[in-house]
Ligand binder design. Structure first.
Ligand SMILES: *Cc1c(COP(=O)(O)O)cnc(C)c1O
Length: 361
């Protein structure tokens, strides 16, 4: 068996210790004689799994008691609809457009009401986070929407917008649990698990309790109402049981490794190795303004498409997979989520150096 360094943007690398534990527990979970995959979600054993997952997540993020934690399905994309369906009581919302996913969320919201773009970085191919001072918040807006880490373009917010008291909604999919997050700044945070937390199929929602009192728009399907999931402990119907179990193992792994402060330091060190190198490289260039750089998705290019392709192909042979940028941007993207070991990043930088000296400009 040989594991490679997997720089995929998602589904993405998971901690090896977690995968090993899941393998050990695959046929017989803690003496139950069955796999978690085969277990009733109404069993006591499974209830303990989901309760511990929630408790550990609350510990990691210091989630206050007036926030509910939901384990849902449908990915980030379903949240693009659930957010307006459940929060748009005046049918008005403000969107900050920082990339592909924020734009998709905005397009979806337009189906339910008036969605306003109050800031955008589209003018420079989403290579920065727009100025957040003096945003023109619409007086009737039900919420302000942001996407904290832009997986495709490699940017991340360093501060949060002042919403003048409006509810702030955060798509945190690709930076969730990569560093501490002040939950109290947000009315709702959501994250698809497959970026930094677990397998595809689980979407985590953290929602402030008072927002559950807003009546969803008429016609909202039962399964798309946050309140229904909150009242039923994420078990109104069968939850993504096995995925939640893996997320739970990842939460325990994070706690055992010092929690989110330690993770942040580790992630800064890892991403820093690549950024420092490309800042001094004559061949590779970062594509993002320095003040907006993501710790999770590091985007760079040579400026020559054929050379980018050669780099990606040679890297793959050398054991570094999934380094191509998104199909809409081209170039390279190294996703260095929590579970990417620093050894993988050091080896990648060494490989980049070798490639650079072989292609001296
Ligand atoms: C991947 C991603 C999404 C979409 O997630 P799906 O689970 O595929 O629906 C949304 N937002 C961000 C920031 C993402 O990285």
């Amino acid at each position: 068996m040989k594991r490679i360094y997997n720089f995929s943007a998602g589904p993405a690398v998971l901690p090896e210790a977690v995968l090993k534990q899941a393998a050990e527990e695959m046929l017989d979970y803690k003496g139950s004689g069955m796999s978690v995959m085969e277990m009733s979600h109404r069993s006591k054993t499974y209830q303990t799994i989901i309760d511990e997952a929630e408790a550990d997540l609350r510990t990691l993020l210091h989630i206050p008691a007036n926030y509910k934690v939901l384990f849902l399905q449908g990915g980030g994309t379903t949240q693009f609809a659930m957010v307006p369906m459940n929060l748009m009581k005046n049918k008005v919302a403000d969107y900050i457009i920082t990339g592909h996913w924020a734009k998709k969320a905005y397009d979806e919201a337009k189906m339910y009401g008036q969605a306003n773009i109050i800031a955008s970085s589209e003018d420079k191919v989403f290579s920065y986070i727009p100025d957040l001072t003096n945003l023109k918040i619409t007086p009737e807006a039900d919420y302000v929407y942001m996407c904290e880490n832009n997986t495709i373009f490699g940017t991340k917010y360093k501060t949060y917008p002042d919403t003048h008291g409006k509810v702030l909604v955060n798509d945190a999919s690709s930076c969730f649990l990569s560093e501490p997050l002040d939950v109290t700044k947000f009315g709702l945070i959501f994250a698809g698990a497959q970026k930094n937390v677990g397998p595809a199929g689980v979407t985590i929602v953290i929602i402030r309790e008072d927002l559950l009192a807003i009546p969803p728009l008429p016609g909202t399907p039962t399964l798309l109402k946050y309140k229904i999931h909150a009242e039923n402990g994420s078990m109104y119907n069968t939850p993504p049981c096995y995925g939640i179990y893996i997320c739970g193992l990842v939460f325990k792994w994070l706690l055992a490794h010092g929690g989110l402060e330690a993770m942040k330091a580790y992630n800064e060190k890892k991403a820093g190795l690549i950024y420092d190198y490309i800042d001094h490289s004559k061949l590779f260039k970062g594509t993002v303004e320095k003040g907006s750089r993501s710790l999770m998705n590091v985007c760079f290019r040579t400026g020559d498409e054929a050379l980018d392709k050669a780099f990606i192909a040679e890297a793959k042979v050398a054991g570094f997979d999934n380094l191509s940028g998104h199909r809409s941007t081209g170039g390279m993207r190294a996703s260095v989520y929590n579970a990417m070991p620093i050894e993988g990043v050091e080896a990648l930088v060494e490989f980049m150096k070798k490639f650079e000296s072989a292609h001296k400009v």
